[in-house]
Design a protein around this ligand. Structure first.
Ligand SMILES: NC(=O)c1ccc[n+]([C@@H]2O[C@H](COP(=O)([O-])OP(=O)(O)OC[C@H]3O[C@@H](n4cnc5c(N)ncnc54)[C@H](O)[C@@H]3O)[C@@H](O)[C@H]2O)c1
Length: 238
């Protein structure tokens, strides 16, 4: 049984990812600042802006479930504000959660995956990006920048960690109907825009995103690394 650690686990997509990885047979550590009690998971209330809290969560996960073999970097914040009005503190906050925490979690995970004698040599890291990294999105510049960084970090780590048999991939979601939509002032107009852009004429379900994470985390993807998979109903076609 592999230990999987999922960040942003109390969110709409995070919950689906935890459910799917649990169903796949992983023991899952669910990290979030909200103390969401996800059934069947080790729930760890963690503020990902705090490097010491991230370190503590990885140590507790290893102690209680064994070393991490799968990491899903999924947490994100997405405050909407015109670029020229973004205070530096907000920029720092977005980067701390969406980028620095991805980096730190990947370091802790890669160390646990590499430790000799821990029974978990090798592993899989999945970073969650966003469709907005392709075409941009007004009033979300800091968020969009971190999502592009998630895809680039994926390629850098895949190259560097490949010799350790650690695969690093990225999943880039399109527009799933989740809390993130609350940032749009007119939800009906937004829904029309989404369907107009997508090839598939329906909204995606969180389970459909989780299925691709599950694939990349598992042995069926044993020769897949450094890739970004778009899960967007055909909005952006790479
Ligand atoms: N929902 C979409 O349509 C969509 C589209 C593109 C990309 N994404 C990406 O998918 C991922 C999940 O998105 P979601 O829609 O489930 O968002 P969400 O807001 O529902 O979930 C994000 C989770 O991250 C947690 N989080 C935020 N800051 C934290 C912190 N400091 N410490 C610990 N946890 C923290 C939140 O509590 C929340 O549970 C994100 O990376 C997002 O960028 C989502």
């Amino acid at each position: 049984m592999t230990t999987a650690l999922v960040t942003g686990a109390a969110g709409a997509l995070g919950r689906a990812i935890v459910r799917r990885l649990t169903a796949d047979g992983h023991q899952v550590a669910a990290l979030d600042r909200d103390a969401g009690a996800l059934e069947g998971a080790l729930n760890l209330k963690t503020d990902l802006r705090d490097p010491a809290a991230i370190e503590a969560a990885f140590a507790e996960t290893a102690a209680r479930l064994g070393p991490v073999g799968v990491l899903v970097n999924n947490a994100a914040v997405y405050p909407a504000r015109p670029f020229l009005e973004v205070p530096l503190a907000e920029y720092d906050d977005v980067h701390a959660v969406n980028q620095r925490a991805y980096w730190l979690a990947a370091q802790h995970a890669a160390r646990q995956m590499s430790e000799p004698g821990n029974g978990a040599i090798g592993g899989a890291i999945v970073n969650i990006a966003s469709i907005t990294m392709h075409g941009g999105w007004s009033d979300l510049a800091a968020y969009v920048a971190t999502k592009g960084a998630a895809a680039a970090l994926t390629r850098a780590l895949a190259r560097e960690l490949g010799p350790r048999e650690i695969r690093v991939n990225c999943v880039s979601p399109g527009a799933f109907p989740t809390a993130a939509e609350e940032i749009h002032p007119d939800p009906e107009a937004y829904e029309r825009l989404v369907l107009d852009r997508q090839a598939l004429q329906r909204r995606g379900r969180p389970e459909e995103l989780a299925a691709v994470v599950s694939f990349l985390a598992g042995q069926d993807a044993s020769f897949v690394t450094g890739q970004t998979i778009e899960v967007n109903g055909g909005w952006v076609m790479a």
